[in-house]
Design a protein around this ligand. Structure first.
Ligand SMILES: [Zn+2]
Length: 329
């Protein structure tokens, strides 16, 4: 049994899915890996958390987890026909087309975008540019506006491309200068990156630009491995059926994420908890503004995901490893 458990991995699923256009394997169908699932749900609950990276060997379900988030993200109102999913109510963050539109901007609901950057995508596909008729074609960074950009095997990207992607996600705007003309558009997205350390390491200063990280371990427990095989087989035989059997649980998580998002601007951190957070950060020598910000927002997300508007010391304890685990002492 152990042999067959070792031969079926989550990585097989993406190849299978591309072939058959099957719906993605649901997040709730992933066995174990509670910390990884929690981290992506926190990133979905509070976009202010910033970018996250899932680190682990092949077959641990990193990309499957990130892709599974797509069905859990809430709906947003977007301008009809806009490639950047502009928010018709947020006039200050409109793209040029929406700004110059003489018509009223009609809104329609759609699920928040989660785009996966294909491995080997050209820079013009990633960042966009002008076509032969001088029309601006948005790249992934534009299409991911107001959502999430999934970078699988982020450590295989050209270092300057990864740096640029992180820069754009931090500023929320993409400004590009090119020989065909300059352009700028909204690009407010969060990155969910994955990496397998066997492909090579990321420089510590790049890794530290991620707000949260998860070190994903492969599952050793034989009963859990058998359960993985059982679920993967069940999904392979009937992807739509498998997804539909998990529908109720997925909807419950989607409702929790939506509720957390609605609560976010009411969440508060009591002075006592603030003090504890400060002490922890001082002890580990991580007192930069960016670490403080990540720690705070992750704790807020954890509280809101728990349906609370106050942060507790337990929230701080639960997210500490996610925020601090990948930073140099
Ligand atoms: Zn627009």
């Amino acid at each position: 049994m152990e042999d067959s458990a070792d031969t079926i991995e989550f990585t097989d699923l993406s190849k299978f899915r591309r072939k058959s256009e099957a719906p993605p394997f649901p997040l709730v169908g992933i066995v174990g890996q509670q910390v990884m699932k929690k981290a992506v749900l926190l990133a979905a609950s509070n976009p202010s958390v910033g970018n996250i990276i899932l680190i682990g060997e092949a077959g641990t379900g990193k990309s499957t987890t990130a892709r599974g988030l797509r069905d859990i993200l809430p709906e947003i109102e977007v301008v009809n026909g806009c490639s950047y999913s502009c928010d018709p109510k947020n006039k200050s963050a409109l793209c040029q087309d929406c700004k110059s539109s003489v018509k009223d901007l009609s809104a329609y609901p759609r699920r928040m975008p989660l785009l996966e950057l294909p491995i080997g995508a050209s820079e013009s596909r990633i960042f966009g540019g002008f076509d032969s008729q001088s029309r601006l074609k948005p790249g992934y960074v534009g299409q991911a506006n107001r959502g999430y950009l999934l970078l699988t095997r982020a450590n295989l990207l050209e270092p300057d491309v990864l740096d640029r992607l992180i820069d754009i996600s931090e500023t929320g705007t993409h400004r590009n200068k090119s020989e065909h003309g300059d352009f700028s558009h909204p690009a407010k997205f969060n990155i969910i990156a994955t990496m397998n350390p066997e492909d090579g390491e990321l420089e510590p200063e790049v890794l530290e630009r991620f707000s949260m990280s998860v070190k994903v371990q492969s599952i050793k427990d034989i009963e859990e491995r058998i359960e993985i095989v059982r679920r993967v087989e069940s999904y392979r035989q009937d992807p739509a059926g498998f997804v539909s059997r998990n529908r109720r649980e997925m909807e419950a998580f989607a409702a929790r994420v939506k509720r957390a998002r609605d609560l976010m601007n009411r969440v508060d951190m009591p002075k006592k908890v603030e003090g504890t957070m400060g002490k922890v950060l001082k002890q580990v020598g991580q007192e930069s503004d960016s670490v403080k910000h990540a720690f705070r927002e992750a704790a807020f997300a954890n509280a809101a995901f728990g349906d609370r508007v106050w942060v507790t010391v337990d929230d701080v304890a639960e997210i500490a490893e996610l925020v601090l685990g990948h930073r140099q002492p």
